[in-house]
Design a protein around this ligand. Structure first.
Ligand SMILES: Cc1cc2nc3c(=O)[nH]c(=O)nc-3n(C[C@H](O)[C@H](O)[C@H](O)COP(=O)(O)OP(=O)(O)OC[C@H]3O[C@@H](n4cnc5c(N)ncnc54)[C@H](O)[C@@H]3O)c2cc1C
Length: 534
């Protein structure tokens, strides 16, 4: 990894102003292209850091949330339209840890103090969870593992995908931010062997595609451990058409009042948004004629904002916040005899129709290092809901309950996956991790009694955690149509993980970036597509 100068770290830990930006660009230690900063403005600063002057307060598109889907969406829409992105978090340079693998692990140990690049929340199921609060969204705080969606996702998503455009959009993302030459460390390569020995075949080598068997896939972390998140896709924008405002929290969508009166026969029509800076000062931005608001605030933020804007059960939109789901994660942590093993991030996955298995290793703590084997089930079929905890304040995280394992099929899939992990523990590949011939565990070990299904089910229920792949709340066919328009509302779309009825593939971010990239290409079918078609 490239050395990080102390000066740059100090500068990067502060919020940006123009002078600091110049210094950081001159001392860029992360092999990042910060060209997009030309369009980034911090409304809290006395002086704005961006030098692009697109600011007449009327836009063709206002994107709420500069996250995993929002950034590529802004990039592609700005080719032909004026675009405003409003992002509640700061520029990623204010959080230097987001750029490195070491920073990913250290952030995982941190508490949310309101300034961290992630926001913590705990679902009503009692499971701790996180979401991004930084330009680039959750792609800046996640594990970086990149794998495309499975066929079932495309078949069941409720969207008529044009698969040649989907392919080009994936490729557009991959050539920009995805490392496709993974170096497998000891833990990843050993778990690859263990998966194959345990019969999770065939060996699919390296592939970005979803394939049953064992494969190595791409990562947002390059071979130096540097993250290239969705924010870098903004570099492919027409920066003269783009204005990104950070530390701008959208409070609600503004509707044309004549369309929201009970006597009105027209659909409620959005005309702009109201947002606040971090000092609480209120601002507004408006749409040009035929413009659109696009919610890309994530699976928690988008349904929350619709509800706060009056789009919910009270206005004949009963499904806003419904069909929320989170793929349960169950994990075992194996204490490693060699505590100096290098930190490892997921690059390998075992794929079966009923479960996915991913190896992760956590950084040493208290002189102990543990390697983890985590299991996730596809789908899931268990669903929950989201509802407001505060009916006016967007900063108060809404309540959400995922009802993990409510559906017995989810539970049986978890048991199948954990039993497979049990088989992996018996393989020769695991011998090197034994202490005097035995594997030792940090936290719960797998049930001893293989024939007692109840014990395995109980293991799944009591050790349930999250892979952070929660989705739903504005699901296609329930809240938005197949072109991502909010049904019954004019000029509002949702483009993010809240529209998914199942999580795509083993890990969702590839498909979220693809979806953002497709953007207009998807909605304006047949339109000449300059970049993707070339
Ligand atoms: C710790 C962790 C590890 C993960 N690991 C992986 C992995 O290895 N591979 C993978 O594929 N997926 C992974 N994921 C999941 C993946 O990152 C997310 O599913 C995906 O990034 C979500 O994308 P999104 O566009 O829906 O939302 P986000 O990327 O979260 O974007 C939403 C954006 O909206 C902003 N926002 C929200 N509300 C407002 C508001 N009112 N006003 C203005 N802005 C707002 C947020 O700050 C955020 O930037 C992980 C997630 C986490 C949290």
């Amino acid at each position: 990894m490239a050395p990080i100068s102390l000066l740059v770290v100090l500068l990067m830990s502060c919020s940006f102003n123009h002078h600091q930006l110049q210094l950081v660009l001159a001392n860029n230690p992360f092999d990042q292209d910060f060209s997009y900063m030309k369009s980034v403005h911090n409304i809290n600063g006395e002086e704005e850091i961006g030098s692009s002057n697109y600011n007449n307060n009327y836009y063709d598109y206002i994107i709420i949330g500069g996250g995993t889907a929002g950034c590529p969406l802004a990039a592609t829409l700005s080719e032909n339209y004026s675009v405003l992105v409003l992002e509640r978090g700061n520029a990623p340079q204010s959080h230097p840890t987001v750029f490195t693998l070491a920073g990913f692990f250290s952030d995982l140990q941190k508490q949310d103090d309101g300034t961290t690049p992630f926001q913590s929340f705990t679902s009503k199921d009692g499971v701790g969870n996180r979401r991004g609060r930084v330009l680039g969204g959750s792609s800046m705080i996640n594990g970086g593992f990149y794998s495309r969606a499975d066929d079932e996702f495309f078949a069941k998503s409720g969207v008529e995908w044009e698969m040649d455009l989907v392919e080009k959009a994936y490729e557009w993302v991959e050539e920009s931010v995805v490392s496709t030459h993974p170096r497998l460390d000891v833990w990843q390569s050993s778990m690859r062997e263990a998966l194959l020995e345990a019969g999770v075949g065939p060996d699919n080598g390296f592939s970005l595609n979803h394939k049953v068997g064992t494969k190595t896939s791409g990562s947002l972390f390059d071979q130096f451990g540097t993250r290239h998140g969705a924010v870098q896709l903004l570099n492919r924008a027409n920066l003269d058409n783009l204005r990104v405002v950070v530390q701008a929290t959208v409070d609600r969508i503004i509707f044309d009042s004549t369309t929201t009166e009970p006597s009105s026969s027209s659909k409620p029509s959005a005309i702009g948004v109201k947002y606040s800076d971090s000092k609480g000062k209120s601002h507004k931005a408006f749409l040009r004629r035929k413009g659109e608001i696009i919610l890309s605030a994530g699976a928690i933020g988008s349904p929350q904002l619709l509800l706060l804007s009056g789009i919910g059960p009270q206005s004949q939109h009963p499904n806003v916040g419904k069909f929320m789901a989170d793929n349960p994660m169950n994990i075992i942590n194996i204490l490693l005899p060699n505590s100096s093993m290098e930190p490892s991030i997921t690059k390998v996955v075992g794929i079966n129709d009923n479960y996915f298995i991913e190896p992760v290793i956590f950084q040493p703590q208290l002189n102990m290092t543990s390697g983890s084997l985590a299991e996730k089930i596809p789908g899931p079929l268990s669903i929950g809901s989201l509802w407001l905890a505060n009916s006016t304040d967007v900063k108060v995280t809404p309540n959400v309950r995922f009802n993990y394992f409510d559906n017995p099929i989810d539970l049986s899939r978890c048991v199948m996956g954990m039993r497979k992990i049990g088989e992996m523990l018996e393989t020769e590949a695991m011998n090197q991790f034994k202490h005097n011939g035995e594997l030792l565990f940090s936290g719960p070990s797998l049930p001893n009694n293989n024939s007692n299904n109840w014990e395995w089910e109980s293991f799944c229920r009591t050790t349930v955690g999250t892979f952070y792949h929660y989705h739903g709340g504005c699901v296609v066919g329930k809240v938005v149509d197949g072109d991502f328009n909010v049904m019954g509302i004019k000029s509002v779309r949702v483009v993010d993980g809240s529209t998914f009825n199942i999580s795509p593939g083993t890990n969702p971010q590839a498909t979220l970036m693809m979806l953002g990239t497709l953007g207009l290409r998807c909605w304006e079918k047949g339109q000449e597509n300059d970049e993707l078609a070339s």
